[in-house]
Design a binder for this molecule. Sequence first.
Ligand SMILES: [Zn+2]
Length: 228
Amino acid sequence: MLTALHTRDAFLQELLQAEATEIERRLYLAFPEPNDDQMIQYLRDDMRLENQLFEMALLARGFANHYRRPDPYQVGVIIVGLRHASPGENPWAVMFSANTKPSKNYIKQCGEWWLFEGALKENGHRTLRRILAIHVVGEPRADDVSGPQGVTQITLTPCKICRDRMWAMSLHAPKMVQAKWTPLIVPTTLVKTADYRNLGIRKYFRADELHPFHKEPKAIFSAQAIDD
Ligand SMILES: [Zn+2]
């Protein structure tokens, strides 16, 4: 039997998927043979598309499964990337997810984490060849790791685990699933962030700016335990 929650999730899934598919179609019409660097530039500059993607990320927060009550921690994430595609196939990919941590003692999995996993593996195959832009909408707060170092936030930036993972992915690091392929993330991959209470409050990074912003060295793997 479907509960009200399942029905709502199914509706949200359908709504976001329809919107993602429409954006993929539109981007394919505009850019049937996308060049990665040019497309990163395009995604940096197209504010109308950015607004739409942030609105989608806001909705994607509804998929969060976080233990905190009464106000669970909800982070919606949208990525825009390019699939491996044959000539004549649409390479554009718009994917959405949210964070999960169902109980206090449960391991946290960020919206970014779910999307990186999804981008790397689908039936054992890599889904995307490149992530061009990541959009994160959540509740701004001091970062678990850099907050104590005095780094303040107006938006929520990817956590230390995600920062390290993105850096590792961009390096072609050994032991990463993608070692045989070109890097899924590049130093110029856009990381766009916005406050869920006011999507007009935004902050932009390139993937390679995340560590300097958080006043920490770039690391391949994070040993730091993080709460949420
Ligand atoms: Zn994270």
